[in-house]
Each structure stands twice: as structure tokens, then as C-alpha cells.
Design a protein around this ligand. Structure first.
Ligand code: GAR
Length: 195
């Protein structure tokens, strides 16, 4: 079973869904570590409740991005991670760091990439009058919110809905999409999952 680390910055609801799914017998991956760059992240308590070891690598405590990434890399290698899932991890990683994990690092992004890279994806989808919106899981490459798509889930935007309501509906899709993609990816299949 592929040793899987999950990187978070916040509430960790996607992380929890991944860990819960990996509890299934016969799952091709197992959770070995949850790392947060934010000491107060709510996801840390969730991970502990799910009996997954946790670690904090505070990005403010390592003298800049190079030091932060060196420590993150050390922690992931010490855990002998074979797959790294970014799940609401809100730091941009450098090309050098990403190169060391190429083909083994996944990210979930709350839009239908290549639309709406970056932040505030739900407000932007509404402002631009998108009829469809959703989420994407992709392999992480040096370019932000880019890299081979491993899965997408989409929904119809409801005219007049708030960004918060849309975000909540997309998050429910994320909770279905990410576990489905990780199962397939850990089994060596990179055919995109479409929900
Ligand atoms: C999710 O919607 C995820 O797609 C998004 O942050 C949220 C984290 O929620 N990620 C990004 O915006 C990455 N740039 P969670 O902590 O409850 O999983």
C-alpha cells in the first residue's frame, strides 16, 4: 500500500475524507502523515482523531521559502512518503521542491481547470457568468494550478447564488472526487476520473 502524506493549511475536510477512504480493506494507499504549515489548522485535530500522525512545519519559522521547503522535504522523506496529497494547502511550492516529487504529488483545486487558477475561484466563476463550475485534481508541476488532470467533478451554477453557497456545493463534490482519484492513482492508473 502506497505510503501517503497529506499537506493541509486549514479545516482539513478533504484530508479527512481521504483518510476515511483509505481505511477500506484493499485500498491501494495508506495514510502515514498529515503535515500543516499552520499550527492552528483545524485539520490537525481531525487527523489526530483519525489516528494519523501529524507534524507542523510553520512557514514563518524557517527563514524564508527555501528553509521551509527543505524542512518539509525532510519530514516527507523521513515518513518515507510515496504519494503526497495537497488538500487545502495554501502555500505555493517552488519548482525545485516540486521537481523532487514529480509524478507523486497531487493537488485539489476548487475550479474546473484551466479556468480560475489561484484564489477566489467561486466568486470569479459567478462574476464571469460560468454556467458550469466544480473542482479538479491534478498532478503538481512547477506552474501554479497546472499539470496533468487526474479528475474533475462539475455542477450547474445556480443564477444568483452566493460564493459561499457555491463553495459549499463544490466542497461536497471535492469530498467525492479526491478519494476516487487517489484510489485510481495509487493503483497506477492516471486515467482521469470524471464525476
Ligand atoms: C478546498 O475547497 C480546496 O479545494 C481549496 O481549499 C479548500 C480546503 O478545504 N484549495 C485551494 O484553494 C488550493 N489553492 P479543506 O481544508 O476543508 O479540505
Amino acid at each position: 500500500r502506497k505510503r501517503t502524506a497529506i499537506l493541509i493549511s486549514g479545516s482539513g475536510s478533504n484530508m479527512a475524507r481521504l483518510v476515511e477512504d483509505m481505511a477500506d480493506k484493499g485500498h491501494p494507499a495508506q495514510p502515514v502523515l498529515v503535515v500543516s504549515n499552520v499550527p492552528e489548522a483545524g485539520g490537525l485535530a481531525k487527523a489526530r482523531r483519525l489516528n494519523v500522525p501529524t507534524f507542523v512545519v510553520d512557514h514563518r519559522a524557517h527563514g524564508g521559502r527555501a528553509g521551509f521547503e527543505a524542512e518539509l522535504d525532510r519530514v516527507l522523506r523521513a515518513a518515507r512518503a510515496e504519494i503526497v496529497c495537497l488538500a487545502g494547502f495554501m502555500r505555493v511550492l517552488s519548482g525545485d521542491f516540486v521537481a523532487g516529487w514529480e509524478g507523486r504529488m497531487l493537488n485539489i483545486h476548487p475550479s474546473l481547470l484551466p479556468r480560475h487558477r489561484g484564489l477566489d475561484t467561486h466568486a470569479r466563476a459567478l462574476a464571469e457568468g460560468d454556467a458550469r463550475h466544480g473542482c479538479t485534481v491534478h498532478e503538481v508541476t512547477a506552474a501554479l494550478d497546472d499539470g496533468p488532470v487526474l479528475g474533475q467533478a462539475s455542477l450547474d451554477v445556480i443564477p444568483g447564488e452566493t460564493p459561499e453557497a457555491l463553495a459549499a456545493r463544490v466542497l461536497r463534490l471535492e469530498h467525492r472526487l479526491y478519494p476516487a482519484v487517489l484510489r485510481r492513482f495509487a493503483a497506477g492508473d492516471t486515467t482521469p476520473v470524471l464525476l
